[in-house]
Design a protein around this ligand. Structure first.
Ligand code: BMA
Length: 305
């Protein structure tokens, strides 16, 4: 009996390096949003230098994507971002807030990994706004709405005392972030016991903000990346209404189980649809892109069980 809450698309993987018109070694960990009538995917690709860039692909149905002829975002070579992007740009997330697309991504350099914020209204132009964390942060997702006038984000600092946990922070201007609070920690002897991190930017449901995150479990054969789901209060996103006890997706298909990094499903984007389903996108084994569908009500229920 197939009890999977996420129905994998039969045509997976939906985007691989073979379909990219410039040389790349992987297509993974992509953000996806609907812009006008198009699905826009910003995907990460390793180059043969071992460093990453971001490419853009478009689709009319959310399943068949065609990549633009040139990469979308490559490491800055001048200005204040250059020193922090010299080792590459990774794992983008896109949130649409008041008509602007806010793109967060990991910026790698000899100073560590920081999160950078850029914005666009049309996916043609792009303006880098600010480096919004110090080092040792990854996985920043911005809520699509403000709360009492403040932008809110889930973020993932790391320290020895609170390893790889999910926090929330607020900002009046997208540049200065504060009022941080710890929301979720990895749980001992649970599928997410080693690390957790925000995945797709939260989306609104009648019951709360649904957040799909990743959790990591360490085994004798390395780590397994899976996805879980949490529900945040609509008016106060720092209030967790529930977190699913079980994962919603784990590596099972051959391209999830083997690849550049084996046993990885890693999401950076989900697109809720008007029919009550959500398309969830994930990078498989840090190599290719996949998609599946779930009923939003099922995910909410899982959080509240
Ligand atoms: C994390 C990040 C992700 C990657 C995952 C599995 O630490 O580097 O980009 O998908 O590991 O390799």
């Amino acid at each position: 009996m197939n009890q999977d809450i996420i129905r994998r698309y039969r045509g997976n993987p939906i985007l691989t390096k073979a379909a990219i018109p410039y040389p790349v070694e992987t297509v993974h960990n992509a953000a996806v949003v609907k812009h006008r009538e198009e699905y826009i995917m910003l995907f990460r690709s390793h180059l043969r230098t071992g460093r990453s860039i971001l490419g853009l692909a478009r689709s009319h149905d959310g399943f068949h994507f065609a990549a633009d002829p040139e990469p979308f975002l490559t490491p800055a070579t001048e200005g204040p971002f250059a020193a922090y992007e010299e080792f590459g740009v990774e794992d983008p997330r896109i949130s649409c807030v008041e008509g602007e697309y806010l793109i967060t991504y990991s910026a790698y350099s000899r100073s560590g990994v920081r999160v950078a914020l850029a914005k666009t209204t049309d996916f043609v132009g792009l303006e880098r706004v600010s480096l919004i964390t110090q080092a040792d942060y990854r996985n920043v997702v911005i809520f699509p709405e403000r709360f009492n006038g403040l932008y809110a984000r889930l973020d993932r600092p790391h320290s020895e005392i609170t390893p790889w946990s999910i926090w929330i922070s607020y900002s009046p201007d997208l540049r200065y972030w504060g009022d941080s609070q710890l929301l979720m920690r990895p749980q001992t002897y649970h599928w997410d016991e080693m690390k957790i991190g925000p995945g797709a930017p939260p989306f609104k449901t009648a019951q709360g903000w649904l957040s799909i995150y990743h959790g990591v479990f360490k085994t004798m054969d390395g780590a397994i990346y899976r996805l879980g789901v949490a529900l945040h209060d609509l008016h106060d996103p720092a209030k967790l209404l529930g977190v699913s006890d079980s994962w919603i997706l784990q590596p099972e298909d051959p391209w999830e189980v083997t690849g550049y990094v084996h046993n990885v499903v890693f999401t950076c984007g989900a697109v809720p649809e008007a029919d009550g389903t959500v398309k969830i996108y994930w990078g498989a084994a840090d190599s290719v892109m996949c998609v599946g569908e779930a009923n939003i009500a099922d995910l909410v229920e899982l959080c509240l069980e």
